[in-house]
Design a protein around this ligand. Sequence first.
Ligand code: GLC
Length: 614
Amino acid sequence: MKLSNINKKRIYLFLYLFLFLIVASSALYAQKHTNERAEWFIDARFGMFIHWGIYSGAEGIWKGEQIRHNNEYAEWIYYRNNIDKKEYLNLLERINWDEVDPEEWVVLAKKAGMKYITLTAKHHDGFALWDSKVSNYNITNHTTDKRDIVKELAKACRKHGIKLGLYYSHWVDWEHPYGWDHSREIYPISAKEYDQYWQEKVIPQMQELLTNYGDIDLMWFDMWLHHSESIITKKQLIQLKELIRELQPNCLVNSRLGLSIEEDSDVDFRTLADNQLGDKKLNYPWQSPATVAHSWGYHRNDTDWKSTTFLLKSLISNVSLNGNYMLNIGPRANGNVPHEISQRLKDMGKWLSINGASIYGSGAFDLPKDQHDWGNITYKVTDEGVHQLFLHIYNWPLSNTLPITGINCKPQKVYMLNDKQKRVLPYKHNKVFTKINLPGYQFNNYVSVVVMEFDSKPEITEKLIAKNSDGGYSFTSHNTALKKGSFIDKEAQKYGTIPAHTKIKDRYKSQWKIYIDDPGEYALDISYSYQAKNPGGKIKVKLDNKTIKEYISPTGLTVGEPNENWHIDRFNASQIGTINFTKPGIYKISLQINAKEEPVKFQWLWLEKRKTRL
Ligand code: GLC
């Protein structure tokens, strides 16, 4: 049966409508998602994760052998190194109980500017850090003076005004005969057996935690798969979640429970993968769990410490996408936090004590995340109704001026966040472009923050390529709003020696928009690789009614790495023309590349007002 054209059109119309409804309803759903009880969490932005338990005594080494996995997760040593259960308990002897004081962790969190703590109440080893009546496999039972770490931590958190979260490994449990352990993939247990573990350990232990320790502000579960890929049933997860709702209605639950926010809007926030930072704005609460080196539990050989700058940037970048950042400490068996961690945390705290306004209670602004090369923007509305944009400068521009592209209105006031006197910074605003004159020296060695204040939400112009802090504009396939033709976008290769580029087989067209604030003569460069013997193919660039045409020349090869016989495409940059902009304004730039014989690998166009012409 052949469909008439009218019928086809009807079907397409129907399909479009259907798709539109799906997209619209999921957008609406995402917007509506934030549960009221999660509001404190959104404002808090920065929390502490604590991995401490029996494994802390092993420090990532068992009988002289380092943990058998290169992710260095020291808390996995029992499983990875196939340790005998009784022997594992011997590690408790390494804990120096006179020194272990959870209040010190809370004080450190406070100094670091963190607003909540999540402690591994029970990690995968199944050992409870509280006085559990459900299983003898708990800390109170194994210490002479009957310590209860959850209780001590809860008390200290309350004393210092820090929210309390508990990590509970619900899926994996290496202690219970029917808990999940990855070797069950080879030696299975039945669903019935697993349910026995669930009903006799998970549920009653959760009851204890939610009844005996006052308010628990969040429960952090840890299953990095969707429940359908695990032995856990949805029914069991719902049972667990309902128990939480019943006993502690204000307690938050994370998505590693095994239920995604999309599937169950009653889940309060999404947890990304370990050490995964956000890459896009989400309209529901989310969080990155992160370590300062690699391991979560203390590991004596794990010393690849991230810099304070990196940690601060991770926090800021997450907040600029509406996210949270939970940074881990792995205290030693005597409770001490490694110097490298505590020092970084205190430095972050110092920065936050001055610049915290840009983090706490702040979130994403409408401009795209990586639009500006100098850093990230966060946004908030103060109680007084002032709309504040916080411009986090990672690279202090040599020119001492900061270009901001895409904001349509003039700010009422511009100042450095750490300047108590709020001295105004001079700026120029023109349509969609603002140029701020920064002080002649960098204000903060990690990240400096400029505040722009408005009396209503600043409108933006979308899809403009921002002026770079060196004064130029960079156009790539990645930042274009429009591209057509026969091409494949390629990622940067190993070591970045082969840069990200677009492989054009036949034809390629692309377009960008810019705002020129500073008219005059600009030079246009292009970078590409072309592996044919002779010139061929064509480049055409149109800008402000001027067309620049050029044949594509062969670029040859280059050595990727000496003596490795690794000879790779050379990407050559050359100037292909100049353009004279006579007045400020928004301009379109369009690029057309026609490849011949061989594909053209286009990398970037670069437009810059410069004195030296090539
Ligand atoms: C993973 C690991 C676990 C760690 C957690 C932190 O799930 O199994 O050891 O506690 O990540 O995010």
